[in-house]
Structure formats: structure tokens, C-alpha cells
Design a protein. Sequence first.
Length: 242
Amino acid sequence: MAETAAPDQLTPTLAARSLTKRFDARTALSAVSLELHAGELVAIIGPNGAGKTTLLSILAGVLPADEGEIIASARQIGWVPQQPALYSKLSVAENLRFFARLEQVADPEAAVGVMLAETGLANRADEQLGRLSGGNRQRVNIAIGLLSEPAALLLDEPSASLDPRQRERLWEFIAALAGRGTAVAYSTHNVAEAERYGDRVLVLVDGELLFTGTPAELQGVVGGDVRDFESAFLRFLHERGN
Ligand SMILES: Nc1ncnc2c1ncn2[C@@H]1O[C@H](COP(=O)(O)OP(=O)(O)OP(=O)(O)O)[C@@H](O)[C@H]1O
Ligand SMILES: [Mg+2]
């Protein structure tokens, strides 16, 4: 065995260098750098207005940064926004087909078939999107993000509207994707979820990246004994004036 890691383990699937974004006088993101590697699950946590959505949108290429650069060794990046533009009058399959064409997927029909099967929606293909439960609608959102078989998938608060069982299913699905090599980054306000389904967590506060590391490392950074990861996170914010 070679002593050095294979190149694809060293080269990040997606990297950002010093991303800055301003909205008028407000700095939503301040010199944020990060790397996302194949098979990694990265949770982005931070208070309301911290810049999580802004960061994910820039990484996804749907919002331009004012400064900084994005380096993607990857094929396309999949994007699952919090409020996706789905068509409630169209069926599940029609929505997928529409987005497959929009994204100029090589073989739209085949891609739709694969996504329906992968997300467990095959038996809902002809159902009107507006009639689906929140959990199934979220599966459609994710299916759309995955249509182009991206090497990196970015999700903004993917579990926000789900009940505990749907939430668990969602994470099983996302963890399996990561297990097959997809690099995954997501935002969440559910800190326990970030601990459970985050190989690494990024803490974003007022547009600044204040911490990158494992959940255990964050607990180690805050002094004293903390009950759980959520308490450690709150103390971390408190110690930094939040
Ligand atoms: N289109 C916009 N125009 C003006 N200001 C914006 C815009 N989008 C975001 N902002 C501001 O940028 C900052 C970061 O917002 P962002 O939505 O990225 O935060 P967030 O961490 O996703 O918050 P939340 O947890 O509430 O979703 C906030 O101060 C927000 O008001
Ligand atoms: Mg947000």
C-alpha cells in the first residue's frame, strides 16, 4: 500500500476561498473559506441571519459572491433550496422531467426513472405534487438536486418541516448518499441532528466562520462540563458574545 492518500482523497470536491458577500451596508458573509471532501457530511449551524443560506447559495452557484473564489474539482453541484420552485399542479414525475430538461440532463427520462426509484417515489410518480406530505415533497426536492448526479450536494435546512420519522428517513437517505461518495453540506437549526449526522460542523455567526471541526472537538473547545452538544454549542456562542 502507498503511504500517501490517493489524490482524490486529498483534493476537495468543493472548496471556497475567502468568500465575502454584502447586501448594501450589511456583510452577510465575511472571508469564509472551507473544503468539502467526497463522502463527507458537513453541518452548517449558527443563529438566524448568520449567513448559512447565503453561503450555501454561493457554493451552489445561484448567488454571486462579492469576493473570493470557488474551486470545484467536481462535476456539477446539486442544490436543494429551502423553498424550491416546485409546481404543485404537476405530478411528481412531471416536476422531475421539467427540471431534468431545465438542467439539460443528457437523458431526462432515464434520470427521472432513476431518481424516482432512488428516493422511493416510484409509486407516487403520477401523484400531484401539491397533494404530497411534507416528507415526500422534500424527497422530490432532493431528487431534483440529484438529477445531474452531482459529486456534491448542498441542502438548506432539509429537515425543517419534517416529523421525527420522516426526518430519520431523510437522514438515512442522505447518509447513504455520503456513504457512496457524495460530498454533502447542509444547514440546520437542529443541533442534535448536526451532531448525529455531521462528520464536521461549521459554526457561522454574523457571517464569520468561527469553528470547523468534529462535534466532539466543539465540545472540547468550550470549557467545563457541558451536558450535551447543544449546551456546548450554546456556550460556544455565549463565550463569543452571542
Ligand atoms: N437578498 C437579500 N437582501 C438583503 N439582505 C439579505 C438578503 N439575503 C440575506 N440577507 C441578509 O444576510 C444575512 C444572512 O442571511 P441568511 O439568510 O444567509 O442567514 P441564515 O443563516 O440562513 O438565517 P436563517 O437561520 O434565519 O435561515 C442576514 O442579515 C440577512 O438579512
Ligand atoms: Mg437560512
